[in-house]
Design a protein around this ligand. Structure first.
Ligand code: P6P
Length: 333
């Protein structure tokens, strides 16, 4: 008898008293929204959903039609349920308060509705990343300040990768579980539990075209990897770069590896490209829950105290021993 996402969450709530009913409901709604997004993504050109929306998001990036569709699906699915106080999205400048016509809840939902959207039009895996926080106890109303919590305060985090399979990957603090969408039943089915990332790896993920812009510790780490068996590492390395964080992180959760998006001198005032609140934090928690590590080169990502909703961060995550090695190179520089 296969285990559905709903049954897994009920067991997490009942057997382990791990998640309250409101959080279980929220996660089931997010999963349903991801199913709808998967359906829209899978239509591709047949659904008229490819290409640019000819608008820009808060990051100044041109939005794809599917970026906006995915954002709207998540807002509409989650605003009426009574479990949320507000939402935040890569695609929206400010937080989205649950309209007064609906009951307010205690949870805050943050998401990148469709990460990797440069891959949409070329049919390469993309995904939805989400993070759940609780509103500050007793605070009246809700503001952006309620969202500015360390990643260690997350109560749930996950992503849904829209690839050859549509797979939802989730943690509520009790390890990482993977659920594959059974399109005939229309439900997510548990296909892996207690995901573990090997502590060592021979595979790194970074956009090598930026090498001349990196800081010395990153250059040193990658040069050692490229030197292979004859070099300091004494082993050969392979490289992967999908340019879709969800796809690269899914590979690392599945077989190990190290993912890096470091600071570079092209935009020296930006700590990195990826966003802390709805990309790095949820991925960092998932990776740590699977026995891996995640730092910004200096400190644990989950310990970073946010100051802005859309702030960016350098990211080094994956196989623990590799993350520790590249982090030690930064700390020694
Ligand atoms: P580059 C996608 O746009 C994204 O935010 C991540 O999903 C991905 O890892 C990264 O940017 C790719 O960046 O500079 O290689 O295109």
């Amino acid at each position: 008898m296969s285990t559905s996402l709903s049954r897994y969450l009920v067991e997490q709530q009942r057997a382990k008293n791990h998640i309250p009913p409101e959080l279980r409901l929220l996660l089931e709604v997010v999963a349903r929204a991801c199913k709808s997004i998967s359906h829209a993504v899978n239509k591709g050109a047949l659904g008229g959903v490819l290409g640019s929306a000819h608008s820009e998001n808060v990051q100044g990036e041109v939005q794809k039609k599917l970026d906006i569709i995915a954002n709207e699906v998540l807002i509409e699915a989650n605003e009426w349920g009574g479990h949320l106080a507000a939402m935040a999205s890569e695609e929206m400048d400010s937080i989205y308060l649950v309209p007064n016509r609906y009951p307010q809840g205690e949870y805050l939902l943050l998401f990148d509705p469709l990460d990797g959207s440069s891959n949409i039009d070329v049919n390469v895996s993309i995904g939805t990343i989400f993070s759940v926080l609780k509103k500050t106890e007793g605070s009246a109303g809700v503001s952006e300040a309620d969202f500015l919590q360390q990643g260690s305060a997350q109560v749930a985090a996950g992503y849904c990768v829209y690839g050859p399979q549509t797979t939802l990957v989730l943690t509520v603090g009790d390890g990482v579980a993977m659920f594959t969408l059974d399109r005939e039943q229309g439900s997510f089915v548990l296909t892996q539990e207690d995901v573990q990332i090997p502590a060592d790896t021979q595979e790194f993920a970074i956009n090598m075209s930026n090498m001349r812009h990196w800081a010395p510790p990153v250059k040193q780490y990658i040069e050692d990897c490229l030197a292979g068996k004859a070099g300091a590492r004494g082993k050969d390395f392979n490289m992967r770069w999908v340019a879709s964080m969800v796809a690269d992180v899914h590979r690392i959760l599945t077989r190990g590896g190290v993912f890096m998006y470091p600071w570079d001198q092209r935009e020296p005032n930006k700590p990195g490209k990826l966003r802390l609140m709805y990309e790095a934090n949820p991925m960092a928690w998932l990776v740590e829950q699977a026995g891996g590590a995640a730092t910004n080169g200096q400190q644990r990502i989950l310990d970073i105290q946010p100051t802005e909703l859309h702030q960016r961060v350098s990211v080094f995550l994956g196989s623990k021993n590799e993350v520790q090695r590249v982090t030690a190179l930064h700390q020694a520089s």
